[in-house]
Design a protein around this ligand. Structure first.
Ligand SMILES: *[C@@H]1O[C@H](CO)[C@@H](O)[C@H](O)[C@H]1NC(C)=O
Ligand SMILES: *[C@@H]1O[C@H](CO)[C@@H](O)[C@H](O)[C@H]1NC(C)=O
Ligand SMILES: *[C@@H]1O[C@H](CO)[C@@H](O)[C@H](O)[C@H]1NC(C)=O
Ligand SMILES: *[C@@H]1O[C@H](CO)[C@@H](O)[C@H](O)[C@H]1NC(C)=O
Ligand SMILES: *[C@@H]1O[C@H](CO)[C@@H](O)[C@H](O)[C@H]1NC(C)=O
Ligand SMILES: *[C@@H]1O[C@H](CO)[C@@H](O)[C@H](O)[C@H]1NC(C)=O
Ligand SMILES: *[C@@H]1O[C@H](CO)[C@@H](O)[C@H](O)[C@H]1NC(C)=O
Ligand SMILES: *[C@@H]1O[C@H](CO)[C@@H](O)[C@H](O)[C@H]1NC(C)=O
Ligand SMILES: *[C@@H]1O[C@H](CO)[C@@H](O)[C@H](O)[C@H]1NC(C)=O
Ligand SMILES: [Fe+2]
Length: 446
């Protein structure tokens, strides 16, 4: 009897165990990797998610008080990974419409036949510019050692942020293990990105197979009236008093995917900045803020580009020999106020700088400075850990090597506040800056 029950126990355990292993596969057709991004205007919001099976319906039900009084449908597209398993995923994109700016909405996504996500909520973007925009900004967050993740999830769910800027490099790498790292990463940011728009730019860690997973999984707004696709590489949007410009520094380094992409992007950047500077536009969005992955300036001592060239010179000055497509001059010419970078796994704040010359304001470095302010914020946490600092450069204002992220509040036309949160020190603010501008526009040397 004892023997028999022992045998039964073993059989039972085997069944339980194999069930446990099987349950790693999601139930057929369940939505996962749910995230938001801004639409082309404040009445729109985009929901993107993945199913691992071929589900043909993409539906979002949403509403305010009478829950789910609205229903939007969208498109599914196939993401084909180029790893050995050639895995396929189904990317669902739905644009929510008729949103009342500034109002809170509840939603779930999925399909009538195969299941719905949990209930999430978001606040539609306000359609004026008279409010404080609150962002969290960071780059270089991996699937492993994502040290800032819990704090970001907590602060997002507490309603501290309107949006995220992820300045490139995610999952480390999305394509690893036949794209399962990407799946796991996107699932782990769901508790941030299903509540507030998660706006991105590509980093070098997204380069595999021509950035295909990055392009497939996000849905950034583009000037072509579409979402996702090619335009995830560069795009812009307005939120409150801010015009945000996102672009790829990686075009300069992965020429094998198409040299012409650098020129196309440069032309687009110039047009976009010109348009943002039209008086009627700059009056509404006086702050122009850029995000790109590889920094123009850095002072880390384990990176040749920081040690010997003071930053990524292709991006700053232009490609060698032809000396074209450098962005430092373009950005200063159009009066970019703040430039966010990452790639170095640390936090560095710079004095206002142009062409390796510090150009402080007259009544304080950051009061009407005569150059853009650069912030390098790549310390969210990843498997590659820290990038140590070297000797501060003349434009270095502050270096910090804790894991953490940047918070930024743009208060109004004149006042922008930024601070660095240390996760190592349990959320302590280790650096802060007020940038005060009585006017915005091209700097004095143009
Ligand atoms: C979706 O459509 C394809 C092509 O028509 C079909 O093969 C597949 O079975 C459909 N999926 C579901 C879950 O109905
Ligand atoms: C879905 O496809 C239709 C037709 O091609 C297009 O008009 C619509 O904008 C697409 N929706 C999304 C969310 O991309
Ligand atoms: C902003 O949205 C409100 C509510 O929908 C609308 O009444 C108002 O006209 C909008 N304002 C602008 C500038 O679009
Ligand atoms: C902007 O908001 C503040 C505070 O809510 C208010 O006092 C002020 O009148 C508003 N300004 C405009 C132009 O609406
Ligand atoms: C996909 O993989 C094949 C085989 O390894 C390779 O030849 C091809 O260049 C890859 N495509 C991309 C876009 O990397
Ligand atoms: C890489 O992808 C871009 C679109 O994102 C495309 O324009 C380009 O031609 C692709 N390059 C190669 C070599 O496939
Ligand atoms: C930057 O400064 C150097 C001299 O230090 C000068 O030769 C160069 O022309 C300047 N570049 C720009 C774009 O102003
Ligand atoms: C810029 O201002 C900071 C802070 O006041 C100061 O430490 C630094 O020396 C100034 N640099 C220049 C070139 O004026
Ligand atoms: C802008 O915001 C700052 C900081 O909150 C505040 O001190 C200042 O009075 C505001 N300016 C206007 C015009 O509201
Ligand atoms: Fe990087």
């Amino acid at each position: 009897m004892a023997l028999l029950s022992g045998v039964l126990l073993v059989i039972f355990c085997n069944i339980v165990l194999s069930r446990t292993i099987l349950s790693d596969d999601p139930i057929f057709g369940q939505p996962e990797q749910i995230h938001l991004s801004y639409g082309l205007d404040p009445t729109l919001m985009v929901v993107t998610w993945v199913t691992l099976n071929e589900i043909n319906d993409s539906v979002v039900e949403y509403g305010q008080i009478d829950m789910f009084d609205k229903r939007a449908t969208g498109n599914v597209s196939i993401f084909q990974d180029n790893g050995t398993e050639q895995r396929r995923e189904y990317i669902h994109r739905v644009v929510l419409y008729d949103l009342i700016p500034g109002q809170k909405y509840f939603y779930h996504c999925g399909s009538d036949d195969y299941g719905w996500s949990p209930l999430f909520w978001f606040t539609a973007m306000r359609n004026d510019s008279n409010f404080t925009v609150r962002m969290a900004i960071y780059g270089d967050m991996g699937k492993d050692n994502a040290q800032s993740m819990a704090r970001l999830q907590e602060e997002t769910e507490l309603g501290h942020f309107d949006l995220i800027l992820h300045v490139g490099d995610m999952a480390y790498d999305m394509n690893d293990d036949n794209a399962r790292f990407g799946d796991q990463y996107m699932n782990s940011i769901e508790s941030i990105a299903a509540y507030i728009p998660y706006m991105t730019c590509p980093g070098n860690h997204e380069n595999a197979y021509n950035f295909s997973q990055y392009v497939a999984k996000f849905s950034m707004p583009s000037s072509f009236n579409t979402y996702g696709g090619d335009s995830n590489h560069f795009y812009s949007f307005n939120v409150g008093p801010v015009h945000v410009v996102s672009f790829s520094t990686e075009f300069y380094y992965y020429l094998q995917y198409g040299f012409e992409q650098i020129g196309n992007q440069y032309k687009w950047l110039e047009e976009d900045l010109k348009n943002a500077n039209r008086p009627e536009n700059r009056a509404k969005q006086p702050w122009i803020i850029t995000m790109g992955h590889r920094p123009m300036y850095c002072s880390n001592n384990n990176d040749d580009e920081c040690l010997f060239t003071d930053g990524y010179i292709f991006v700053r000055i232009g490609l060698p020999f032809i000396q074209e497509y450098g962005l430092e001059t373009l950005f200063a010419q159009y009066g970019v106020d703040v430039e966010f970078w990452a790639h170095e796994h640390s936090y560095e704040r710079l004095w206002p700088v142009y062409n390796e010359t510090v150009r402080n304001g007259t009544e304080g470095a950051y009061i009407d400075p005569d150059a853009p302010v650069h912030i390098v914020t790549g310390s969210a946490g990843c498997g590659e850990r820290h990038d140590p600092f070297g000797v501060p450069r003349p434009w270095t204002a502050f270096q910090n090597n804790d894991y953490g992220y940047t918070r930024m509040n743009v208060h109004n036309t004149t006042h922008l506040y930024l601070e660095q949160v240390s996760d190592d020190q349990h959320g302590k603010v280790v650096d802060s800056m007020w940038l005060i501008k009585s006017k915005h526009g091209p700097y004095s040397y143009f």
